[in-house]
Design a protein around this ligand. Structure first.
Ligand SMILES: Nc1nc(=O)c2c([nH]1)NC[C@@H]1CN(c3ccc(C(=O)N[C@@H](CCC(=O)O)C(=O)O)cc3)C=[N+]21
Length: 291
């Protein structure tokens, strides 16, 4: 039987465990705080940000929020970030992407102080991850690791194929799977749009992570029998969320597979809470235990 990996359930139990860490912080007089910065009129971005804010309130993280006019410039956005960087009660700062075209996104994202960079996007945090000493793991790759762990999938010695080379998912995830760590030690292949024979690569994999942003790119014929398939894709096709994996086809061959929605998405949000709690712990010098 193919196991459907339930991201909603794994995220819910993680939130419960995080509530305990948050209690430990409360005993030390600290309440974690996350600031979301929204500079967009896109309804999807507005929805994502409100989900994150709701998650915060649910687990006891203080919800700070800043709206920046979508016609503003890079300096105005950076002034808002600078103010949040200075506040002792804000432990994490998340600037929702994508940013408007007139904004220098790279510069704006780098202006989040590395200790509050709960997205894990800052070059200092990326560098630490690549060096094997991560501070904040980017939320989606970290969520993928937690899903593999929850499904009892061993990464040690596994052949893992990551499809997609984005800074957001593919590159950091490949580095995490590669690490000399209990949740790493995989043999990692990173495929992308110029990969010669994608199906040949994916067929050789114990673990396939689809993060290319191409609807239903991976189907059952491209998988080894019993492979674990993690679908990071979140494409909108005819108003519906469609993954990078053709689910019905892939589940025939896969041993375990994540659905969309209800797979990686909720884990991304849960790991943001995780990073915010970790940020509060680091910044307050309170050494709380994390799940
Ligand atoms: N600085 C920044 N950090 C981000 O982490 C970030 C971002 N910008 N920009 C946009 C993307 C997108 N993203 C999602 C997170 C969770 C779901 C999610 O929970 N999806 C649910 C469905 C939710 C629903 O639509 O009802 C699921 O897959 O089951 C989706 C998308 C975070 N992002």
């Amino acid at each position: 039987m193919t196991e459907i990996i339930d991201g909603d359930a794994v995220a819910a139990s993680l939130r419960e465990e995080l509530a305990e860490s948050i209690e430990e912080l409360a005993d030390a007089g600290v309440q974690p705080g996350l600031a979301t910065v929204l500079m967009s009129d896109d309804p999807a971005s507005e929805t994502y940000v409100s989900m994150k804010r709701e998650d915060c309130r649910e687990v006891g993280i203080e919800d700070f929020h800043r709206d920046v006019d979508s016609g503003a410039d890079t300096e105005e956005l950076m002034a808002v970030v600078a103010d949040l960087n200075e506040r002792a009660d804000v432990h994490g700062v998340l600037v929702q992407t994508p940013l408007p075209d007139q904004v220098d996104s790279e510069r704006a994202l780098r202006s989040v102080t590395p200790l509050k960079d709960v997205d894990g996007f800052h070059p200092e945090n990326v560098g630490r991850l690549v060096r094997g000493d991560p501070r904040y793991r980017p939320c989606t790759p970290h969520g993928v690791q937690k899903l593999l762990d929850a499904a009892g999938v061993e990464t040690e010695g596994a052949d893992a194929v990551v499809v997609g080379r984005s800074n957001l998912v593919g590159k950091p995830l490949a580095n995490l799977l590669l690490r000399k760590a209990p949740d790493g030690n995989a043999t990692v292949t990173v495929c992308h749009s110029r990969t010669d024979d994608l199906a040949e690569k994916t067929r050789g994999a114990d673990i396939v992570v689809a993060a290319a942003g191409v609807p239903e790119l991976i189907d059952g014929s491209m998988l080894a029998e019993g492979a674990t398939v993690i679908d990071v894709g979140y494409n909108h096709v005819d108003g519906e969320a469609v993954g990078d994996v053709a689910f019905e086809s892939a589940r025939e061959t896969a041993g375990a597979i994540t659905p969309v929605p209800g797979g990686v998405g909720p884990m991304t949000r849960a790991m943001l809470l995780y990073n915010t709690v970790k940020a509060a712990s680091i910044q307050s010098g309170t050494d709380v235990s994390l799940p």
